[in-house]
Ligand binder design. Structure first.
Ligand code: THU
Length: 163
């Protein structure tokens, strides 16, 4: 207690939407998540054997997919989300990202838990949001539960940015 007694506190609240299966999602979100699941098949993950797929929906309707790409020198690999986002941004540098769906699989079977992006990917998502001034919906798919937030900011409160 001590010092905390004199401190002001604030509560940060985020809204997480949840669905039990892809059939409960709006058609666009379901289609994007299916693309992410399909992209897990393109993953190169001989070390972790954890296959991640990501699908980016751009403001021009284009969908770009990516998958995790590992390396024997572990840190040289890259997550599916950043492979997809960086590729989308380099092909379409002037087109905003509207949504990102993520899926994961082990031995070709979709993982039960939602695929939550790592901290580095959250930072990259946030940059993308700021860059285009448009919130990115993040659809985190799992075989048993799907979680959705309507902005990358929800995944990274009190975040670093240079203004
Ligand atoms: N991975 C992703 O591709 N995305 C995430 O959000 C978390 C982790 C990858 C990195 C590595 O290839 C494997 O999953 C196991 O950590």
């Amino acid at each position: 207690m001590g010092d905390f007694m004199i401190m002001k506190t604030t509560k940060i609240e985020i809204t997480v939407y949840e669905a039990g299966s892809v059939n409960e999602l709006p058609a666009g979100d379901a289609a994007l998540l299916k693309e992410a699941l399909a992209a897990t098949k393109q993953s190169y993950a001989p070390y972790s054997k954890f296959n991640v797929g990501a699908a980016v929906l751009l403001d021009n309707g284009e969908i770009i997919t990516g998958s995790n790409q590992e390396n024997a020198a572990y840190p040289s690999g890259l997550c599916a989300e950043r492979v997809a986002l960086f590729y989308a941004n380099s092909r379409f540098p002037n087109v905003a990202v509207k949504a990102l769906a993520i899926s994961s699989a082990v031995n070709g079977v979709e993982y039960d838990e939602p695929a939550y992006p790592c901290g580095n990917c959250r930072q990259v998502l946030l940059e993308c949001e700021h860059r285009f001034g448009m919130p990115i919906k993040v659809i985190m798919g799992g075989a048993k539960t799907i979680k959705i937030v309507h902005s990358a900011k929800d995944l990274l409160p009190l975040s670093f940015e240079l203004k």
